[in-house]
Write a new protein. Sequence first.
Length: 364
Amino acid sequence: MNIFLDTTVTFTDPFLKKYYNKRLLNLCEWAGNNLYISQIVLEETRNKYLVNLKLKKQSLQTAIIELNKHLLDDDKIAEVTLDEYALLEKFDCFYRELNEKGIIQIIPYDNTGHLMPIVVERAIQRKKPFSERKDEFRDCLTWLMYVEVAEQKNLDNCLFITENVNDFYADDKKSLHAELAEDSNRFMLYKSVKEAVENREDFFQVLVRHEREQEKYKSLTIWLESLNITNAYIESILQGRRFHDSIYYEISNFTLNKGYDIRVSNNRDYTVEYADTYAIDDIKISSFETEIESGDVVIHGFADVKTYVELYAYTGRQDRDEDNYDHVGSTDINIIIQFSFTIRPDSEPDDLEILDISQLKRGY
């Protein structure tokens, strides 16, 4: 979906904290829906926010003065020291971060000079969104900017959220005015995010799915914290019956192919041709991390595996083939594995992967 916001959404909720507006932000971040706001709407909202801050500050100060008339000196409340311009900087930072994260796209007006003749013509002809009662210059320019984005990007499923019934809606107060529909037929109009959620099944289903995923994520986070995962916890899983054979198999293949890296003294030095793993003695975790992915808790890290191997070498006494290697000794070696597996509530650990066997060293 592609959602375009009017000032009627942001004037009373500049930080989009209301229930449905906040859900919309979360949805756009999670599902990759596009949320657009014109620079005009943003600057109007910013100015309205500053005006409201000053008005509320003055109202609060007046109330404090009146209250102090009924208080002893020791109980009097100090003057309001609210710095509205510092708060305005936080407003700028809020939208800047949303834009940088790709959650909201701010449409600049620095490239809208070509739209000005259209705006002027509409103002003269009183063509929507202009009317006989007022000159909605900014509404017109914002609308044309949104239309241009939708048409140039060939966007479908476009939602324009505005309560401005007089300037954008047809007489039925539901659909786009016919004069504006001549600009683009890509837009559906809704008076609020709440109305869009309640009337569009696709919007509602995506939102519900997202919130279920969020709830599942929170539940997994709480469960993960309750486990208090330690090295010993992971070691017990890797050495348990479910994963032991898989680790043994991977290490056996590794030592079989890397036997030539091992040397052993047996009266004289032989170059080992291959090593046959016969036991895993111990697994020690060197490092690990946990994360939640697609509803699962994923544990990945590195472990040192103490392994016993039988060593075989060609001694030159017989023809060189796989049946003519002499057993020249045994040793324990330390193998480093990189692993990953998943854990879930009410089920056994699963999905073990040995991502790498990166190093082979003699002994501990």
